[in-house]
Design a protein around this ligand. Structure first.
Ligand code: CTP
Length: 412
């Protein structure tokens, strides 16, 4: 499901800073060689404006010094419950109340067992016990320990209590073994934190299907017909819907941009493949947004061998592809269906006709000839058209357009 940490791209640095500024992130660090990597995570979160507090177990201090975290976060790094040199009298309760998200990374088998067993005998375990916010655990240990049934049972128990568990990566471990048990890189951990706190989860439980990017229609083994779509608008929609808590499926043509985290990505090439991918999942969706630039025509015959040049003109016979949007909307039940319409003239008129013809709930129209709109740009200028309303939006980032589209759908 997840790929790499790129959620901040979804919203732009300025907006991300605004979000992080009011947020308190508590990082629990336990005794594992991966503990040193949490310095990078703490630093990155602080740079984004978050108030970061680090709690270490005593064992963790063998791997990284609390002063490192204190220097990076500007907050006292808490280790011992009975330390009396700090401002709050019951520090663990104060921190637990302040936290917007609590991540334990790296989480040793020992701390996982203690939390699962309700044992609170140090600063980390007492604080997490008093904490009501979302809790994320990133297990990191030797493969045999990780696969031990007792550890697995404890992890399952935590899952049942609503803790989010980050699947450890596989690879070469510090102990010399190769296998599962590696803490993912700090950027990955950060994407989990971001997912939790970036936006209000007003789309939780909703299933959203988005199509994006171009399709490629083969002419022969080396050539194809396609278009200039880069997928940026569809990917922005997928990211923002995911950050708002939706269960997102992204059916995408070939693009050069990073796949969004925490989204079910289905990669396709041709219009036919996109049709089949959409067809497979459409019936279970609540919201369907088709931003892909689907080829209207494909070569009638695909040559098995490379077509060699000849004198004179060449003609490729084309046939129509299936209209995915029209086919799905003809069989829709409760789904809210939103299409896209890219025009170079008569935008409103043509787009309204498409809304009607394809029986859509909404269409997002944009004029390729307007500055800041169209293929490859980071901005867009769209008009949201429904049966009873036409809303022109000013130029804004594709992430902001995505937010507006989803707001409009939520209202609709
Ligand atoms: N679409 C689709 N399947 C196709 C073609 C388009 O699902 N085979 C979707 C696009 O994803 C987009 C909308 O339909 O949401 C665009 O409508 P369409 O009528 O295809 O627009 P144009 O191709 O721009 O129409 P025209 O060629 O008439 O200008």
């Amino acid at each position: 499901m997840r790929n790499t940490a790129n959620s901040s791209e979804a919203l732009g640095d300025k907006k991300m800073r605004k979000i992080f500024q009011d947020k308190t992130v508590v990082l629990g660090v336990t005794g594992s060689i991966a503990a040193y990597k949490i310095a990078n995570l703490a630093s990155s979160l602080v740079k984004k404006g978050a108030n970061v507090h680090v709690i270490m177990t005593k064992n963790a201090t063998n791997f990284i010094n609390p002063i490192t975290f204190e220097s990076l976060t500007g907050n006292k790094c808490l280790v011992d419950t009975f330390d009396r040199n700090f401002e709050f009298s019951v520090e663990h309760v104060s921190l637990a109340k302040m936290a917007d998200v609590f991540m334990v990374a790296p989480a040793s088998a020992n701390v996982i067992g203690k939390i699962a067993g309700g044992i609170a005998d140090d600063m980390l375990t007492t604080t997490i016990m008093a904490c009501k916010c979302h809790k994320i655990i990133s297990p990191a240990m030797n493969t045999n320990m990780f696969e031990n049934q007792i550890v697995q049972d404890n992890i399952q128990k935590l899952k049942n209590y609503g803790y989010e568990i980050i699947e450890p990566a596989s690879g070469y471990l510090a102990c010399g073994d190769t296998g599962a048990g590696k803490m993912p890189e700090p950027a990955v951990l950060e994407s989990y934190i971001m997912k939790e706190i970036a936006m209000e989860k007003d789309m939780a439980g909703e299933k959203v299907l988005i199509t994006a990017g171009p399709t490629m229609e083969k002419i022969d083994p080396v050539r194809f017909i396609s278009n200039h779509s880069t997928g940026k608008m569809g990917y922005a929609l997928a990211k923002v819907a995911m950050l708002r808590g939706a269960d997102v499926t992204l059916v995408t043509g070939k693009t050069n941009i990073q796949k969004p985290d925490f989204v079910n990505v289905i990669e396709v090439q041709s219009a036919r493949e996109m049709f089949e991918a959409v067809d497979n999942v459409f019936d279970n969706q609540d919201i369907v947004i088709m931003s892909a630039a689907v080829a209207d025509y494909r070569p009638k015959n695909v040559a098995a061998e490379k077509i060699k040049k000849k004198d004179g003109q060449a003609v490729i016979e084309l046939e129509r592809t299936d209209d995915i949007l029209a086919t799905m909307s003809a069989r829709k039940k409760e789904q809210f269906i939103c299409g896209f319409s890219m025009e170079t003239e008569n935008m409103l008129e043509n787009s309204k006709a498409k809304l009607e013809k394809k029986n859509l709930d909404m269409i997002c129209a944009n004029n390729l000839k307007v500055d800041g709109a169209g293929f490859g740009t980071d901005t867009n200028v769209v008009t949201l058209i429904t049966k009873n309303d036409v809303k022109e939006l000013p130029i804004m980032s594709k992430a902001e357009v995505a937010e507006n589209i989803l707001n409009e759908i939520k209202r609709g």
